[in-house]
Design a binder for this molecule. Structure first.
Ligand code: SF4
Ligand code: SF4
Ligand code: SF4
Ligand code: FES
Length: 613
């Protein structure tokens, strides 16, 4: 792109041809207020707050939509410009209900969470000079995660654009005309009944109090919160997050740099944005030991460690089994493996070890996210991608919408991805493999086909995925296997999930369960069938498995437990803990290190293992 020379308030700068005035002005270090504009979204030019004077133009121009030209002279802060911006803000503030004192987002200039209010402070609006037009507009509370209050909407269209351009779900649009204009879901449904996937991107970009979280109320302004920048480790996609924390509670989670980043656009899915805030299970807060009458009694941490030492000494290595959640950080997984090795215990696995055991026979190529974006045929087999790996769902929608890819869904369950599908085959869970051969011709005719195998239910089932893997090998089709939890790949590579399951599942006397955050109902039935006599449970949350446990230890939740994750795309990332750990809560590695010390097992070094990931 050619460089052009422009003047801003009399000073000369260079800009790149194709840039808007706003981009050039901001690059030069000047500020121009905006409302409908959002970095990374297409410019809308609707609010006119960003107007500037350009020499030779009789009209003020919207800087967010006007491209720079060589020799252009721009004035960003003249009296005429300031007056025009104040007029624009007055019009916006007097249309619909912007009585800020009744709004959750309202605050002093430094504190407000509302961009609209902030801009109003900046242009020094002290009162409403025009009659306020307060008609009644609907308030839509039907979404499980957010409220849309049309009374506070300024019709900037950011939500419409983010839903279409980044999330690629195209749920929102303007409907009706003039003062009746509303942002509508699927041209007139309540959000909760619409195609909305509750990703919350529209909520994040809304500059007013029109879309807000159902879970943020009375927790405090984001400006009062500590900001923790990290990523979401839930499903292995690893979306970047900004977490707003106050009094060790998460007030809100945002996609970091929403709309600015190229591939995922900084999106989050419902699980990543709202899941940690909606968590309502009770924590295990103190160690418990079952007494001779079978009742739990509270114990000190030291007493619980001593009890576990006794249990370990009373059982030979072949009578002991370890099971761990593959959502734990690699340091924990490696420590569990190292500790078991020191004891000579071979029966160790994760709850989804079968996933990579089943995939290990695949000799074909793995699909990347870019492959998905460029695919002309996508076969989506298995679970609900919107619920399991929501952001990957947006790549599929982009391929369908932007590249005309054909989507074929083969699944036992309904999913909101299906509205983008050319064909949906509803099939009993577990029998997905039986129909693979039916797609052979279709795949052969495609140029860039990709097979996506989604979720735990499918990937743990060898019979269901084998035919797809063999078909992919035969036809040289790339496969994307979306493993169920955040660190399944690390668990596999660290050998916590072993290659051979021969040693697994034999009757054992002592079972160690490291649940972390997961619910034991997620663990395969095999856990309940091992035939153990004694269970040591290490878990963040009160769980049904406690009924069958003999010693219970409070674990850290993933939000409190920093460590390493290997994402589905092979990238290794260090997760920063978002919250401080609850009293008594320890990570598996902290607990096992204390146990190793108490047993005189010496140091267990996991850093070399983790660094090889
Ligand atoms: S939550 Fe996501 S899918 Fe739903 S309307 Fe907003 S941006 Fe679109
Ligand atoms: S709901 Fe928010 S983002 Fe959408 S048009 Fe209204 S003010 Fe803008
Ligand atoms: S797609 Fe996965 S990593 Fe991204 S926000 Fe959702 S759960 Fe978290
Ligand atoms: S920010 Fe430029 S017109 Fe709204």
């Amino acid at each position: 792109m050619r460089e052009v020379k422009i003047k801003i308030d009399g000073r000369e700068f260079t800009a790149t041809e194709g840039m808007t005035i706003l981009e050039a002005v901001r690059k030069a270090g000047y500020e121009v207020p905006t409302l409908c504009y959002h970095d990374g979204l297409s410019p809308h030019g609707g609010c006119r707050l960003c107007v500037v004077e350009v020499k030779g133009s009789p009209r003020l121009l919207t800087s967010c939509t006007t491209p720079v030209a060589d020799g252009m002279e721009v004035f960003v802060n003249t009296d005429r410009v300031k007056e025009a911006r104040k007029f624009v803000m007055n019009l916006i503030m007097t249309e619909r209900n912007h009585f800020c004192m009744f709004c959750e987002k309202s605050g002093r200039y430094e504190e407000t969470d509302c961009e609209l209010q902030k801009r109003a402070y900046e242009v020094q609006i002290e009162h409403f000079p025009f009659p306020v037009y307060v008609d009644k507009y609907p308030v839509d509370t039907s979404s499980p995660v957010m409220v849309t209050d049309h009374n506070r909407c300024i019709l900037c269209g950011r939500c419409v654009r983010v839903c279409s351009e980044i999330v690629a779900n195209s749920t929102l649009d303007f409907s009706f005309r003039g003062s009746k204009t509303l942002i509508a879901a699927d041209t007139g449904l309540n959000k909760g009944e619409s195609s909305c996937i509750s990703c919350g991107a529209c909520m994040q970009v809304c500059p007013a109090g029109a879309i807000f979280s159902k879970f943020g109320g009375y927790k405090g302004k984001k400006s009062l919160c500590e900001k923790v920048e990290t990523f979401c480790p839930i499903c292995g996609v690893g979306c970047e997050t900004t977490n707003y924390v106050r009094y060790n509670n998460i007030v809100e989670i945002e996609g970091a740099g929403l709309a600015k980043r190229t591939l995922d656009g900084g999106q989050l899915c419902e699980k990543g944005r709202y899941g940690p805030i909606m968590e309502s299970r009770n924590r295990i807060s103190i160690p418990l030991i079952r007494d001779a009458k079978g009742r739990f009694v509270e114990a000190t941490y030291g007493e619980a460690v001593n009890k576990v030492v006794q249990l370990l000494k009373a059982n030979s290595p072949d009578q002991i089994a370890f099971r761990a959640s593959s959502f734990l950080p690699a340091e924990d997984l490696a420590y569990i493996k190292g500790f078991a090795s020191k004891l000579g215990v071979e029966d160790i696995d994760t709850f989804d070890g079968d996933v990579y055991r089943n995939l290990s026979s695949f000799s074909g190529s793995k699909a990347t996210y870019e492959d998905l974006l460029n695919a002309d045929l996508i076969l989506l087999v298995g679970g609900d991608i919107i619920k399991e790996h929501g952001v990957v769902g947006s790549y599929i929608r982009r391929a369908v919408r932007n590249k005309g890819a054909e989507l074929m869904v083969i699944s036992s369950m309904e999913s909101k991805i299906e509205r983008w599908a050319k064909e949906v085959k509803r099939i009993a869970e577990g029998s997905e493999g039986s129909v693979a051969v039916e797609y052979k011709e279709k795949i052969s005719a495609a140029s860039n086909p990709v097979i996506v195998l989604e979720g735990a239910g499918l990937l743990r089932n060898k019979e269901a995925i084998e035919p797809w893997l063999r078909l992919a090998e035969e036809l040289s089709v790339k496969v994307m296997a979306l493993a169920p939890t955040g660190n399944s790949l690390a668990a596999w590579e660290l050998g916590v999930a072993p290659v051979s399951s021969n040693t697994l599942g034999k009757p054992k006397k002592l079972l160690f369960l490291f649940l972390g955050d997961i619910d034991s109902s997620y663990a395969p039935a095999e856990i309940a069938e091992i035939g153990y006599e004694t269970v040591v449970l290490h878990s963040a949350y009160i769980d049904a498995m406690m009924k069958l446990s003999d010693v219970v230890l409070p674990g850290k939740s993933w939000l409190e437990n920093e460590g390493t994750y290997k994402l589905l795309n092979g990238e290794v990332r260090k997760f920063t803990n978002i919250l401080n750990a609850e009293d008594n809560a320890k990570s598996p590695r902290e607990f096992l290190s204390d146990l190793a010390n108490a047993m005189g097992l010496g140091t267990i070094d996991v850093s070399s293992l983790v660094s090889k990931l």
